[in-house]
Design a protein around this ligand. Structure first.
Ligand code: ARG
Length: 285
C-alpha cells in the first residue's frame, strides 16, 4: 500500500533503471550502505566550528563548503536520525541528493536546520546557499527565489482514522483538519470550508489526530505515508481530482544563476544514473 503510493508518486525523469548502483539499491537494511553509497570519504559537514558568522553569502566565501537550509521535520525527505545519519544528524532523500550534489560541485554540505517558513528568508539574506526541503514550487515562492528543475512529484493526501467517513477532499468541508503552517497543504486547505488547525510539524498534527482532537490531516504524500506507517489505525485517502501534482525543487537566491546551473547539472546526472529514484526507494517506509 505505502509502497504503491510511493511508487506511483513517480520520481521524475528516471532514466536507466539498471544504473541504480550509485545509490546501492541492494542495501535493504541501509546500515553501512548509507555512509558508503553517499560517498564515504566526502562531506563530513563542518559542524559548528569554523563558520565565520555574519558573513554574507556562504557560497561566495569559497571555502569548499556550501550551506543547505532545510527543515528536518519531513521524513522521508529530511529528518533527524540517530543511526547512521548522512550529514551530522540528518538523513533522508533530500540529504542524500544534496550529498551527491556536493560531490559534483566539489564542496562539502553544511546543513542549517530551521523552521520551514524561515527558509526562503535565510536564502535571501545569504544565511544559506540553497534550500532543499521537499519544497513545492509555487508562483508566490518564485517571486522570492529561483528554483531548479523538478526532482520529485508529489500530491497532498488526507490522513484519517480507519473508521473515518472521509473518502474525498470534499468530505473535509466543516471538519476539523490539521495542516502544517506555511506548507502547501495549508494554502490549499485555506481555500476550503474545512476548519483548520495549523501545526508546526506534521508529527504534531498526527498526534492530535490520533488523540481524536481533529478529524483529518492534509500533508504531502510521502510524509503522509511515513506518518501513517508509524501510527497504526491511520489510513490515507487520496483524491487525485482535488489535489494537483506538486513539484519539488531546490531553491537558490534570486539571480544566483551560477549555482542554479551547477545544481541542475548535478541533478541531471543523478537522474540519468537512477540515483534519485533509488534514494526514494531506500527511504520509503
Ligand atoms: N511540499 C510542501 C511545501 O512546499 C511541504 C514541504 C515541507 N518541507 C519540510 N522540510 N518541512 O509547502
Amino acid at each position: 500500500m505505502k509502497g504503491n503510493l510511493f511508487t506511483k508518486l513517480a520520481l521524475v525523469a528516471i532514466c536507466a533503471v539498471m544504473a541504480l548502483s550509485l545509490a546501492g539499491c541492494n542495501s535493504g537494511g541501509g546500515e553501512d550502505s548509507t555512509g558508503t553509497n553517499a560517498g564515504g570519504e566526502v562531506v563530513e559537514s563542518i559542524g559548528t566550528d569554523g563558520s565565520e558568522s555574519g558573513e554574507g553569502s556562504a557560497a561566495s566565501t569559497g571555502g569548499g563548503e556550501i550551506i543547505m537550509g532545510t527543515n528536518a521535520e519531513f521524513a522521508p525527505f529530511e529528518f533527524v536520525a540517530t543511526e547512521n545519519p548522512l550529514i551530522d544528524n540528518f538523513d533522508g532523500i533530500d540529504i542524500a541528493i544534496a550529498l551527491e550534489i556536493g560531490k559534483e560541485l566539489g564542496k562539502s554540505i553544511k546543513i542549517e536546520n530551521m523552521p520551514f517558513d524561515s527558509l526562503l528568508v535565510a536564502l535571501e539574506t545569504g544565511k544559506v546557499d540553497f534550500v532543499m526541503a521537499g519544497m513545492t514550487v509555487t508562483e508566490e515562492r518564485k517571486q522570492n527565489a529561483d528554483f531548479s528543475n523538478t526532482y520529485y512529484v508529489a500530491k497532498q493526501v488526507i490522513i484519517v482514522p480507519e473508521a473515518s467517513e472521509v473518502k474525498s477532499a470534499a468530505d473535509l468541508n466543516g471538519k476539523a483538519v490539521g495542516v502544517v503552517l506555511g506548507y502547501t497543504g495549508d494554502m490549499i486547505m485555506s481555500e476550503t470550508e474545512a476548519v483548520l488547525t495549523r501545526y508546526n510539524k506534521g508529527a504534531d498534527a498526527v498526534m492530535d489526530l490520533v488523540n481524536g482532537k481533529i478529524d483529518a490531516v492534509v500533508i504531502d504524500s510521502a510524509p503522509a505515508a511515513s506518518l501513517a506507517a508509524k501510527n497504526p489505525g491511520l489510513v490515507l485517502v487520496e483524491d487525485a481530482a482535488a489535489f494537483e501534482n506538486e513539484e519539488y525543487a531546490i531553491a537558490v537566491k534570486k539571480g544566483n544563476t551560477e549555482l542554479l546551473n551547477e545544481i541542475n547539472a548535478a541533478l541531471q546526472k543523478l537522474q540519468d544514473a537512477g540515483a534519485i529514484e533509488a534514494f526514494g526507494q531506500k527511504y520509503q517506509e
